[in-house]
Design a protein around this ligand. Structure first.
Ligand SMILES: Cc1cc2nc3c(=O)[nH]c(=O)nc-3n(C[C@H](O)[C@H](O)[C@H](O)COP(=O)(O)O)c2cc1C
Length: 357
């Protein structure tokens, strides 16, 4: 039976890296321009989506498509999109290892003002690019959650507007205050995307929303476990999942589109994403990974949701009813076409099923 009270929040995983989330030459090829992101955000607002999410991405994965070698910066983009939209919530991403908490506290307060209280912060603890930048101390991976926890504690203290004295393991402040405070009090929504134990703890203790894997019974159970972990600490959090949505008129149509994209798979980029340390023929390895892992290995670390409208609505209903998920973040092969199709084909089903107001 459908829980009539829980509605699904719909978000767009903004195309801030070239070609979005699909590792292929036969999916749409494009650069992550501001114009594209603006068009996508304004369409998303028009058709009633709830939020935009832009990731922090600083280097790519090569291959014939030079996957994500072109990327635009999350905070800069969100600042412009705050002015180009009026209703959507916006989530900007940053990795604490890159930047001092005093700076982000002020960037967020500024963005909260620009957007009229619509900004949220996604914290990123790790990725290969920070090794390439030479930013990670040797064993950072082992204490990354401790580091981001302290970093966020400082940011939250700064958002009180009061002078902060802080003598932590990584940060030290003496009588430093940051004003104005954010419009959203006590703080703008804090988001973390994770599949690790330490990450789950960090969310339960410090964050407001989590992105976790979705699309199976086990993942539905994880969503509920995480909510319970927060409840055990007297807190409440929201969970969301992310998908690369290949939506057809029917299931067969969607499969046909996916097969076409598969024909042009960027096998070298696939190896660079899914078996980075591999030493042999990277294209041959990519073909293996594709054969073994399709459709998962055709997309960058997100759930490939391939189907017609009913199947997509069933998937979302399962997340909501059996996983108590609060939101879904969608990317598309072509974002404009994908959003239009979603609005025409899936939105009416979600309304009919009580999953949208
Ligand atoms: C919705 C979503 C957004 C993400 N955003 C980013 C991002 O902006 N930058 C990044 O490097 N990794 C991103 N990731 C990957 C991981 O969240 C990130 O590497 C995180 O620090 C891993 O945390 P963990 O080690 O606690 O699982 C994202 C993942 C998901 C599902």
């Amino acid at each position: 039976m459908i829980d009539q009270r829980r509605k699904i929040r719909l978000g767009v995983f903004m195309p801030v890296g070239n070609n979005g989330w699909i590792l292929s030459k036969t999916s749409p090829q494009y650069l992550p321009t501001y114009q594209l992101n603006k068009d996508v955000s304004q369409l998303a607002e028009k058709i009633g989506f709830d939020y935009l999410f832009s990731m922090a991405k600083w280097s790519g994965y090569g291959g014939e498509t030079r996957f994500w070698e072109y990327s635009i910066e999350s905070f800069t983009l969100m600042s412009a999109l705050a002015a180009a939209t009026s209703r959507l919530r916006l989530v900007a991403s940053i990795s604490p290892i890159l930047i001092h908490p005093t700076i982000v506290a002020k960037m967020m307060a500024t963005l909260d003002d620009i957007s009229g209280g619509r900004i949220g912060l996604n914290i990123v603890s790790s990725d290969v690019e920070y090794h390439r930048m030479g930013l990670y101390p040797k064993d950072f991976m082992s204490y990354r959650h401790k580091y981001i926890d302290e970093w966020l504690t400082v940011v939250k203290r700064l958002w009180t507007g009061e002078p902060v004295d802080f003598d932590g393991e990584y940060f030290k402040l003496t009588g430093y205050a940051s004003n104005p405070r954010p419009i959203q009090q006590p703080w703008p929504p804090i988001v973390y995307a994770t599949s690790s134990e330490g990450g789950f703890r960090f969310v339960a203790e410090q964050c407001d929303e989590a992105f976790i894997l979705c699309g199976s019974d086990e993942r539905n159970a994880n969503s509920k476990v995480l909510k319970q972990m927060a409840a055990d600490r007297g807190r409440s959090i929201k969970t969301q999942g992310d998908v690369a949505l290949i939506l057809g008129e029917t299931d067969a149509d969607a499969q046909r589109i996916a097969e076409h994209i598969r024909e042009g798979a960027d096998t070298e980029a696939i190896t660079n994403v899914y078996d980075r340390g591999y030493q042999g023929d990277r294209r041959a390895r990519g073909r293996e990974l594709l054969a073994e892992g399709f459709p998962q290995t055709l997309v960058y670390r997100t759930f490939p949701l391939i189907g017609g409208p009913e199947r997509v609505a069933d998937f979302i209903e399962d997340m909501v009813v059996n996983g108590e998920f609060d939101g879904i973040l969608c990317s598309f092969p072509d974002f404009i076409d994908g959003l239009e199709r979603f609005n025409d084909l899936v939105m009416p089903l979600l309304r009919k099923r009580g999953l949208r107001g």
